[in-house]
Write a protein that binds this ligand. Sequence first.
Ligand SMILES: Nc1nc2c(c(=O)[nH]1)N=C([C@H](O)[C@@H](O)CO)CN2
Length: 119
Amino acid sequence: MDTLFVRELKVETRIGIYDWERQVKQTILIDLDVAADAAFAARGDKVESTVNYQTICQRLVAHVQDAEVELVETLAEQMAAIILGEFRAPWVRVTVHKPAAVRGTRDVGVQIERGARPA
Ligand SMILES: Nc1nc2c(c(=O)[nH]1)N=C([C@H](O)[C@@H](O)CO)CN2
């Protein structure tokens, strides 16, 4: 199976386990890998025959900017559920980056895979 991808979708949101993190918005970056049949889409050359990565980005931005969760894990699970449930994708990998959240690091975050990747 082929993979549609999104790299570094940037969203400002309230996220974190500390009280101060409830008062500010922080930047998170989202990477997505979504299983999709690129050959099928290419045969018809119409976006309606595949997953529209722009629509996914718009849906996730709308969700994440108002999510107000503590953990990056929670956000990743919510986004995976949206992509599998609403966009009928069979498999997704979601990576949530919280850059510079921990002193001394460039980046921290989580990566999850949900669904079943077609052969
Ligand atoms: N497994 C996790 N560990 C931590 C998280 C998280 O979301 N998942 N978050 C924090 C803080 O919010 C940190 O990002 C900011 O100081 C710490 N550990």
